[in-house]
Design a protein around this ligand. Sequence first.
Ligand SMILES: *Cc1c(COP(=O)(O)O)cnc(C)c1O
Length: 454
Amino acid sequence: MSQQTGSKWIEQDSAHCLHPFTNFKALNDKGSRVITRAEGIYIYDEDNNKILDGMAGLWCVNMGYNCQPLIDAATKQLQELPYYNLFFQTTHPPAVELSTLLAEVAPEGMNHVFFTGSGSECNDTVVRMVRHYWSSLGKPNKQTIISRNNAYHGSTMAGASLGGMAFMHAQGGLPLPNIVHIDQPYHFGEGQGVDANEFGLERAQQLEAKILEVGEDNVAAFIAEPIQGAGGVIIPPESYWPEIQCICDKYEILLIVDEVICGFGRTGEWFASQTFDIKPDLMCMAKGITSGYLPLGGVMVREHVAKVLTDADTEFAHGFTYSGHPAACAVAIANIKEMQKHNIVSRVREDIAPYFASRWNELLDHPMVAEARTKGLVGAIELVKDKATNERYHKDLDVGTRCREHCFSAGVVLRAVGDTMICSPPLIITRDEIDEFIEKTKIALDNTLADVSL
Ligand SMILES: *Cc1c(COP(=O)(O)O)cnc(C)c1O
């Protein structure tokens, strides 16, 4: 793997900075990549190498890196009211204006939002909120939340518990009590030889089995990402979501949709709940809500949930210092208005996503690529040793990580989840930039193949 050298940043970074989701020892051996500036869909390292950001940062920089109205909105708000909170009977214009705007773009019937500082905080919030909801309705036993293996819902204790990442559970004694998991609808990885829709139904029906196992009177909610992101851009078969919706309706289980990645245009609608025709009771948002310029999250709730919380007439004993931070709200408002002004959502749906899909699918011609899939502007390819049998490379070869390194060398950022390569480019990407993205990815794949064929 490439070794980064010769920079004071790298030395001080190793000396003082502990990185998220990082093996510190391995990083110190290699050294960090130092990213110093960015523009449009490109990031630049300290040697001025220009790299196409196929991940939009961490799935968030949807409007690109130099969206001036977002910068102006933050600056203006910081000058006017840099901080105030929504506790103890106070509010401020950016929080009010953003709540109103969110009600406008959210699926019909979702008109209330609880602000947080991140996606993880949204998921901590929903755990407490749905339990409070059922208690308020006189059903305090409805505590259990059903999630899925290999889901990602953040990294706080509740977020990581809702998530289904075994390696995260292993550190810290998770999951927390009353959070249980069913299997994911990952057809390529776990459903080989079975018809995709049959597989999707089977995986959805595990929800019903789990509700019956836990007891209907003990289940509060089911939580899921419309498309699993960090788990490997797992796009469920068409049969999956309608069946999940049916089961939630049948047993009166609240449906929590984690839209942290999918929200704000990623799938070609404002929310993937619209793309997949899902009717969530609660919806988690973060990342693209501000295009990542400032940290912000929010939980939107459907009218009947808002009504129970309001009618309860007891304090919802939960909140964060930065719930509804004015500068973050101001950026979110500017971000949504920019998206509306430039018709970003319909542009993704009608023009850029279909073009991206057709070009991404060309990667299937490569001898290592066994599957290519996209929805809107997320994509994944599955790397295998043998396309006839879909046999993977030996784990020790770490083909995904190697490919990620070759992507960087070729001037493009892709992310590796095992031997699945995934992408989530900024929504403002143009056709020409998609061409460049695919060409660079092809070079990286060729170099990866040469590397493992030695
Ligand atoms: C990133 C992510 C989170 C966590 O958000 P943070 O802002 O990192 O806390 C939660 N859910 C999903 C689906 C995510 O992709």
